[in-house]
Design a protein around this ligand. Structure first.
Ligand code: NAG
Ligand code: NAG
Ligand code: NAG
Ligand code: NAG
Ligand code: NAG
Ligand code: NAG
Length: 345
């Protein structure tokens, strides 16, 4: 009798939670709404709302929710909540950390201030973390806790006002494939070994990073590495070569290395080296690299005759402009190679 009533109780608990599971995250969502100051854009978040019904939310309310099969919030998009005219100053709603089944979070173009709460790093199922174009400042959260999201593959915290250094603890995320920290106020050097996947992407444009690129990046086959608009210097020639990066942006830094011996591989399709102190000549592989369509070598210290033939027809003078002494098509001819004037008859 005792055993069977325990069994009955367990059955009751289990089935009650099944019946009500589609409401499990309701209070957390309403807490987030409250923390954001009841914004217009979350008008449909009301007591008893069917938050798992994707078609219940209609434009112009851009925020979206999707659920797991058991009615837990699996992805959340918060976007443009107040319209553009309303000025308010709420902090980041840490109620989000209560959505423990979140796999994808995208918070963008909303007016939130203060720092990113570190509890976000304990959402253990996260695969994508996007918090972009907000007014958030303070540090990039470190991922060193026990419950860190081991499946996290994509972090996009671009377009905020984050400061401090890039936390080396990002290294402990085994599947991190894309790290975008562009357009923040980050300082310090770029730590080695942040990304472990086969063709990762590292986007750190428009910060105040300094020092040199880690030499170990020479053995990473980046799909994209973009470190333009910082105060980086030294050598970066090791990024180039066979089976190396497909898209390299080093523009607007103080990189200083000899381009003459670099191999532009067939992999590479974009390379912006403009506004650095790169010297030497443009190597022949520049003209033969099959997939190279978007190069920019302007505003450097390159010199000598440009390679001929190959794919040089793809490139206009702006690609090579404002170097020390580059010459030959599409730039003006090299004066010392000019044919001797025809003898007068
Ligand atoms: C989802 O919401 C739409 C629009 O409000 C409604 O027509 C539809 O019946 C809802 N679906 C379910 C399964 O409740
Ligand atoms: C990570 O992904 C794998 C494969 O999709 C899945 O089986 C596992 O449950 C995930 N782990 C977490 C903590 O979400
Ligand atoms: C971040 O950098 C931007 C642009 O350089 C600057 O306007 C802003 O004041 C900086 N913010 C902080 C918090 O340092
Ligand atoms: C970096 O800043 C430059 C100049 O302000 C701007 O043109 C460019 O779009 C920015 N790049 C990114 C990726 O934000
Ligand atoms: C190369 O970069 C310079 C300087 O940033 C820019 O003015 C020019 O338009 C770029 N040229 C091409 C072909 O992208
Ligand atoms: C860049 O080169 C062009 C063409 O030679 C020249 O007109 C322009 O003044 C140069 N700009 C700078 C900033 O040196």
């Amino acid at each position: 009798m005792y055993t069977s009533s325990i069994f009955f109780l367990v059955l009751l608990l289990c089935c009650t939670s099944l019946v009500f599971s589609s409401r499990y995250d309701e209070n957390t969502l309403l807490e987030i709404k409250q923390q954001l100051g009841y914004p217009y854009g979350l008008g449909w978040w009301v007591k008893g709302f069917d938050y798992c019904n994707e078609s219940a939310n209609v434009a112009p309310e851009y925020s979206q929710i999707t659920c797991t099969s058991t009615g837990r919030v699996e992805s959340l998009v918060l976007h443009d909540l107040n319209g553009r005219a309303v000025a308010r100053y709420p902090p980041f709603p840490d109620g989000i950390c209560g959505l423990t089944y979140l796999v994808a979070l995208d918070v963008y173009e909303i007016n939130v201030f203060g720092s990113i709460p570190s509890c976000i790093t304990k959402l253990s199922h996260l695969v994508r973390l996007g918090i972009t174009k907000t007014y958030l400042s303070g540090p990039v959260p470190g991922f060193s806790g026990q419950t860190k999201p081991t499946n996290l593959t994509n972090i996009d915290l671009s377009g905020n006002q984050l400061s401090g250094t890039i936390p080396p603890s990002l290294f402990t995320l085994p599947k991190l494939d894309t790290l975008n920290l562009a357009s923040n106020n980050l300082t310090g050097t770029i730590p080695p070994g942040i990304l472990h996947t086969k063709n990762p992407a590292l986007l750190l444009t428009n910060n105040s990073l300094s020092g040199e690129l880690p030499k170990s990046y020479g053995s990473v086959e980046f799909s994209r590495i973009d470190v333009g608009g910082n105060q980086l210097g030294g050598d970066a020639s090791f990024l180039f070569g066979k089976q190396k990066a497909q898209y390299i942006v080093l523009a607007n830094n103080n990189f200083e290395f000899d381009l003459s011996y670099i191999e532009f591989s067939d992999n590479i399709y974009g390379v912006d080296l403009s506004h650095n102190k790169i010297y030497g000549k443009v190597p022949d592989s520049f003209a033969t690299a099959q997939n190279l369509w978007y190069p920019n070598l302007s505003f450097n210290r390159l010199c000598g005759e440009l390679p001929k033939g190959g794919n040089m027809w793809r490139f206009g003078p702006a690609v090579f402009a404002n170097n020390s002494c580059l010459c030959g098509p599409p730039l003006p001819p090299c004066s010392n190679w000019a044919p001797a004037p025809a003898p007068e008859s």
